[in-house]
Write a protein that binds this ligand. Structure first.
Ligand code: UDP
Length: 432
């Protein structure tokens, strides 16, 4: 029997409910104690107290990919941190055929304002695959958190004995009306909906909460790297450093506007010497990624490097060595890559959309841009002005330290978990 009260105190100690390693671990899992120098002792104590009150809670997270994209990135860190304070937090991933993921990607696009032809066939494949997943996932948790539209209808297939929360990560500023109305029938079965920003609020009978994502400063993507480690990663992928680097790290997705990045870079390069690196990956639940990658590959030349590889240390090395980090999205639920780059003190130029607007304060800790020409102008300005880069980067790092670290996210989830669970019990936990 695992003792959930045995909270590890320092880094390098495996979490309470992890299997015992048979040798001295080579890895280090961060605990909240590691955040003390960043978040302050008072915050850490407060979080530990809140976690203590929920100690026996058993939480399930359900999403649709283990890697590739912000949701997987957040879950991989947050679930471990929650376990480290004695809250049994699991993570399940639904499975699906390619046609299922092609439909759910269309839904994702339409939730962000794109078009969709919502046929009976699409709805029936969507609902059928989710039903198959419900049969395979036996949930006996105190709180179930379902992420994004892919597993959303799961809730229909369970006798509800605990609160269920739908956590939607996408930019909901203008969802497709017919799709939204179809999904609302599932959403309204939940006990609460969590969105990244207040401006994504919808007309729903279910309570809505707003929680911004956050980063893990100790992950491979974000931890400190030595100059030698950075150089090794860049050399490994044949990335020259003879010219200033302009970098965008993103899933290959039309909303990340890789073509706009290339266009802005080409304009900038006429005025200043620099090299573009577009690094991307393809999530398992995103069948469109390969096509976006192929189309942008045609743009590669001596000054434009396009790489499709999942390598978190390379993400880290690129964000640390770039003169300019771009995130020229045209829709962005939050944009974890922005916080990741800001944490490294990078000068970031982001699209004036969604969550990017909540991270970058234009001219203070980075720049916001509305089109290709503005992006090009900022690239030129930043490549030419090292002191400006330093000034913006310093403030950017402080923005992340004060607002966008995993401890803040964890505390918000602890607050929500505590209040929703109490509310559910008060109501008699009526199954629906
Ligand atoms: N990412 C990565 N490798 C890549 C591209 C992205 O590891 O080649 C990671 C990136 O570091 C970030 C996440 O994927 O943690 C992307 O999250 P974001 O919120 O920016 O975008 P999403 O893909 O969720 O729309």
């Amino acid at each position: 029997m695992i003792d959930p009260t045995a909270v590890p105190e320092k880094r390098g100690t495996a979490p309470a409910n992890a299997p015992a390693p048979d040798a001295e671990p080579r890895f280090q899992l961060p605990t909240i104690a590691d955040y003390e120098p960043l978040a302050g002792a008072e915050t850490i104590e407060r979080i530990a107290k809140k976690a203590g009150r929920l100690r026996d809670m058993h939480i399930a997270n359900i999403n649709s990919t283990y890697y590739g994209g912000g949701v997987a990135e957040i879950l991989s860190s947050l679930t471990l941190l929650m376990n480290s304070v004695g809250i049994k937090t699991g993570w399940r991933v639904i499975q699906g055929r390619p046609d299922f993921f092609s439909i759910t990607k269309k839904m994702h696009n339409a939730l962000q304002g794109g078009e969709i032809n919502l046929t009976d066939l699409k709805m029936s494949i969507y609902e059928e695959v989710v039903y198959e997943n419900a049969l395979r996932n036996h949930l006996d948790n105190d709180l179930v958190i379902v992420h994004d539209p892919q597993p959303l209808p799961l809730i229909r297939h369970y006798r509800k004995r605990a609160p269920w929360v739908w956590r939607c990560h996408v930019d909901l500023s203008s969802p497709h009306p017919a799709l939204w109305s179809y999904l609302t029938a599932f959403i309204e079965r939940y006990d609460a909906v969590v969105l990244s920003l207040p401006e994504y609020a919808q007309k729903l009978s279910v309570p809505q909460r707003f929680i911004m994502p956050a980063i893990n400063p100790f992950s491979t993507t974000n931890k400190e790297l030595s100059a030698a480690e950075i150089a090794e990663r860049l050399q490994h992928f044949d990335i020259p450093t003879d010219q200033p680097l302009v970098v965008q790290v993103s899933r290959f997705d039309k909303w990340k506007d890789p073509q706009g990045v290339v266009d802005a870079f080409r304009i900038a390069r006429k005025q200043v010497a620099c090299r573009l690196v577009l690094l991307g990956n393809v999530a398992t639940d995103d069948p469109e990624g390969q096509g976006v990658f192929q189309s942008i590959c045609h743009e590669a030349d001596d000054s434009i490097i396009v790489l499709s590889v999942q390598d978190s240390a390379l993400v880290n090395a690129l964000q640390r060595s770039a003169a300019v980090v771009l995130q020229k999205s045209t829709r962005e639920g939050f944009g974890l890559t922005v916080a990741e780059a800001m944490w490294k003190g990078a000068a970031v130029v982001g699209g004036r959309v969604g969550g990017i607007k909540h991270q970058i304060e234009d001219g203070k800790n980075g720049f916001l841009v509305g089109n290709v020409a503005e992006a090009a102008e900022r690239i030129v300005q930043l490549v030419n002005d090292r002191r400006l880069r330093k000034r913006l980067g310093k403030r950017a790092k402080e923005t992340v330290r004060s607002r966008l670290l995993m401890t803040r996210l964890m505390e918000e989830w602890l607050d929500l978990a505590g209040s929703i669970e109490a509310h559910f019990r008060l109501r008699g936990g009526a199954p629906s």
